[in-house]
Design a protein around this ligand. Structure first.
Ligand code: PLP
Length: 374
């Protein structure tokens, strides 16, 4: 038998989180997480579930009845969207302009979909003409795109144009809003998005564990009318309806503490006002971007599709990205990240999300980065 482990009390370092997520958690959210548990079917928890759904609708800018936190990380809400909407034999159009389009592809394939692509280089958004051409060529049933691509710092512009193209072809639109929800303008109903999923640990400044998802009636009709069962039992929305719908019957034990946390994080969004919050992210990240450019650095994305919540900036000639990242962590307890995939070694990724999107953090980061690059 192994010996009794001698493990000290938990004392994680106090970091400032300005990487691609998680972001710094708001103190009020941490406090909510230390409140006592109730049962997942307790009448008081049912009320909390209603409140979370109402707050999520506000944040997504939607009236969708089907708006829930999925138990799990952003990949769980992503998989809930794809695994339920995609039926074997459906054609699914996914983008190739970043890391998370690749994850969509894997999930769509596992759900039995035939995947086709709309291409753009990493670091560029999708062009609506290319999307229209891909629709004419492949006639997809489902079109997924990433609104805020965390791997490249690119915001997809012209979303209503893309959803119009998809709906002219009777397709469903799935939007990845993991790095935009609560920080970057996103209007699910006005932009005619059928399904949007997100994560709590980015612009909502909440720990991962309960991840936002919303579907309109049209998408939910497809899900509930499937000829084959969803391949995932845990994420099957026709079963989860029993818990999050009218009935409120047991499906699995909800991550109660994460739901408390999300409730408080969303309350903070409502208190600030969603549009004011988008403005704050623009303003604070704008100061960060100006500071980086003032230091002679170059943003990876041009202004038209710069993503305020995730600032991808080119690694200056002669600098080693790994050394700079370690220097900031070791000397300043400050987390930023390097590039992924096609952009590995080429960019730093600096998050400006939620509670981390504060002027004080920007000043701290610019001065520490200036020293690290010196
Ligand atoms: N989609 C995007 C755009 C992301 O940035 C992430 C995580 O960084 C995910 C999906 C997956 O979320 P998670 O890592 O919480 O599972």
């Amino acid at each position: 038998m192994p010996p009794t482990p001698d493990v000290d009390e938990l004392t994680p370092p106090e970091r400032t989180l300005m990487g691609p997520g998680p972001s710094d958690v708001h103190p009020r959210v941490l406090k909510a997480m230390s409140t006592p548990l109730v049962g997942h079917l307790d009448p008081s928890f049912i009320e909390i579930m209603n409140e979370v759904q109402e707050l999520l609708r506000y944040t997504f800018r939607t009236d969708n009845q089907w708006t829930i936190p999925v138990s799990g990380t952003g990949s769980a809400s992503m998989e809930a969207a794809i695994a339920n909407l995609v039926e074997p034999g459906d054609t699914v159009l996914v983008p190739t302009n970043g890391y998370f389009g690749g994850r969509m592809q894997s999930m769509a394939e596992r759900a039995g979909g035939d995947v086709v692509h709309v291409d753009a280089p990493w670091g560029e958004p999708l062009d609506s003409t290319d999307v229209a051409d891909a629709f004419d060529e492949h006639q997809p049933d489902i079109f997924g795109f990433v609104h805020a691509e965390t791997s490249t710092g690119v915001k997809q512009p012209d979303v209503p144009e893309l959803t119009d193209i998809a709906h002219d072809h009777d397709a469903y639109v799935v939007a990845d809003s993991v790095t935009s929800l609560g920080g970057v303008e996103l209007r699910v109903d006005d932009w005619d998005i059928d399904v949007a999923y997100s994560g709590p640990q980015k612009c909502l400044s909440c720990p991962p564990g309960a991840s936002p998802l919303t579907l309109n009636d049209r998408a939910m009709d497809k899900v509930l009318g499937r000829e084959t069962e969803c391949r995932s039992w845990y994420l099957d929305l026709s079963l989860l309806e029993g818990y999050w719908g009218e009935e409120r019957a047991y499906h699995h034990t909800a991550p109660i503490t994460n739901v408390y946390a999300l409730r408080e994080a969303l309350r903070l969004v409502a208190e600030e006002g969603i549009e004011e919050r988008w403005d704050r992210h623009l303003h604070v990240a704008g100061a960060l971007k100006a500071g980086l450019e003032g230091m002679g650095m170059e943003m990876n994305a041009p202004d038209e599709y710069w993503l305020p919540s995730l600032n991808a900036v080119r690694v200056p000639d002669g600098a080693d990205d790994g050394e700079v990242i370690s220097y900031l962590l070791e000397n300043y307890d400050l987390e930023i990240a390097g590039g992924l995939g096609d952009l590995a070694g080429d960019i730093f990724r600096i998050g400006c999300m939620g509670y981390s999107a504060r002027p004080k953090n920007v000043t701290y980061l610019l001065s520490a980065l200036g020293e690290a690059l010196d």
